[in-house]
Design a protein around this ligand. Structure first.
Ligand code: 5GP
Length: 224
């Protein structure tokens, strides 16, 4: 007998998986691990006016734009959200996200609190948000310095902004402390796994229920 299709394995709307944290809390490393280990999620590549770091590749980590080009995109309504963070503009291109969600693919967003709040107002039921906390502020500073790609002034600015960012922990669906990256990554994967199964994302459930009801009716008729 043919097996019924499993509605939990496919035919669902994609998750907008948002990860935010103060700079240095380990969000980028967690994002990288997730993207490497899970083929069903892809990164929303943001546009930014920040200068490219030596290790970054244009089109992979960000699309690096002039302020003028950024403003043109924004003013045309091509950004799903945008914000000024640490003195630079960042934004999420709309097209790739809308396409992925409609095709049932998940999208990972490495965006700040302001961007997360904008996504809530537009697409709250699609968004699952996770805030990553550092285990301590000295550890946060150590991680920022270890990256060794930013100047002292940039690091100082990012540390100064951490307080305001951490204050928004209560706006997120989940909060994780990244003391141990493996443990934190495991928790992140669990969140994504259960969120994928949420009823409102199972777009085929109506058909599954109709099929079960038809089978019930047929069985009732056979037994009467
Ligand atoms: P970084 O310069 O370290 O790559 O990123 C600085 C901050 O900007 C991080 O908190 C990052 O999450 C945030 N960010 C990156 N892309 C976007 C975006 O498209 N929108 C918003 N709102 N924030 C972003």
């Amino acid at each position: 007998m043919p097996q019924p299709s499993n509605p939990l394995a496919s035919d669902r709307r994609g998750v907008m998986f948002v990860i935010s944290s103060p700079s240095g809390a380990g969000k980028s490393a967690l994002s990288r691990l997730l993207l490497q280990s899970d083929k069903d999620i892809s990164l929303s590549v943001s546009v930014t006016t920040r200068p490219r770091r030596p290790s970054e590749v244009d089109g992979v980590h960000y699309h690096f734009l002039s302020v003028k080009a950024f403003e043109a995109l924004r003013d045309r309504g091509d950004l799903l959200e945008w914000a000024e963070v640490h003195g630079n503009f960042y934004g999420t291109p709309r097209g790739p996200v809308e396409l992925a969600l409609a095709e049932g693919r998940d999208v990972l967003f490495d965006i700040d609190v302001q961007g997360t709040l904008q996504l809530y107002t537009k697409m709250r039921s699609d968004v699952v948000s996770v805030f990553i906390l550092p285990p301590s502020i000295p550890e946060l500073e150590r991680r920022l310095r270890r990256r060794a790609e930013d100047t002292d002034a940039v690091i100082a600015r990012r540390l100064k902004n951490a307080e305001g960012e951490i204050a928004h922990w209560g706006d997120y669906d989940y909060v994780l402390v990244n003391a141990d990256i493996e443990k934190c990554f495991g928790e992140l994967k669990q969140i994504l796994a259960v969120e994928r199964m949420k009823r409102h994302r199972q777009t085929q459930l109506g058909e599954e229920i109709a099929r079960l009801n038809a089978e019930l009716a047929a069985e009732a008729a056979r037994l009467s």
